[in-house]
Design a protein around this ligand. Structure first.
Ligand SMILES: C[S@@+](CC[C@H](N)C(=O)[O-])C[C@H]1O[C@@H](n2cnc3c(N)ncnc32)[C@H](O)[C@@H]1O
Length: 223
């Protein structure tokens, strides 16, 4: 499904979130920078926005952007190439499945995943894999849609169910993809429940910060 919408994915993100996705990703990159990492995995990297932003913000870190969708990775490589050979010497993109990462144990200081955990077919297994590839004391940062509280929730759900699929259909010519994506947003756990799931996957601590009235949350966990 992501292969079908890869070419229009960035444009859809910008328009459907009214540009707010940029500031959500900036918060994620800021939190990753504070950990002063040497090696970062950006899982479900998609078109590479987070991996490239991490490469820019933390020039001393090696960033691996990984995704199993080759057309999305092609978009990421295109952006990297457009910036010139020398712009991102510390960022590389690799294919790989988040449910069975082709990476050795205890390799990364930070794992980031933006709007990707929701799409993993088995959330517990992907969290366990992220825990496996983190060094002890390493950090997991999950940026994901969350559950806004009433009364704003009703307005938000109206936008998700009735307006967003129409707009997304115009932008990507694939309305069905966004009907599915909206369902994954509605079904996704709120901050408390997701923090508990993260701890069940082996992390020592997990906490969450809500953003934009709870539309999105940034989870931080220590392995
Ligand atoms: C909504 S996009 C997010 C892309 C990017 N992180 C961003 O911030 O825009 C979700 C991504 O998760 C990827 N994905 C879903 N399941 C995956 C898996 N099992 N392994 C690797 N990537 C996966 C999809 O291919 C897609 O690129």
């Amino acid at each position: 499904m992501f292969g079908r919408i890869a070419g229009r994915y960035d444009l859809a993100n910008r328009l459907l979130s009214c540009g707010m996705d940029l500031s959500w990703r900036r918060r994620l990159v800021g939190a990753a920078s504070r950990a002063k990492p040497g090696a970062i995995l950006d899982l479900a990297t998609g078109s590479g926005d987070v991996a490239l932003a991490l490469g820019r913000a933390i020039s001393g870190a090696h960033v691996t952007g990984m995704d199993f969708c080759l057309p999305m990775l092609a978009q990421a490589e295109k952006k990297k190439a457009a910036a010139g050979d020398k712009a991102y010497p510390n960022v590389r993109f690799e294919p790989g499945d988040g449910l069975s990462l082709p990476l050795p144990d205890k390799t990364f200081d930070v794992v980031t995943i933006a709007f990707g955990l929701r799409n993993m077919a088995d959330r517990h297994r992907s969290l366990t894999e992220m825990h496996r590839v983190l060094r002890p004391g390493g950090r997991l940062l999950v940026l994901e849609f969350s559950q806004p509280k009433p009364p704003f929730r009703a307005l938000y759900l109206f936008y998700l169910r009735h307006i967003l699929p129409i707009l997304a259909g115009w932008i990507t010519a694939d309305r069905q993809a966004y009907v599915y994506l909206n369902k994954t947003i509605e079904d996704f756990p709120g901050p408390q429940k997701l923090s508990e799931e993260i701890v069940r996957a082996g992390f020592k601590t997990a906490s969450a910060q809500r953003m934009t009235l709870g539309v999105v949350a940034l989870h931080e966990a220590v392995s």
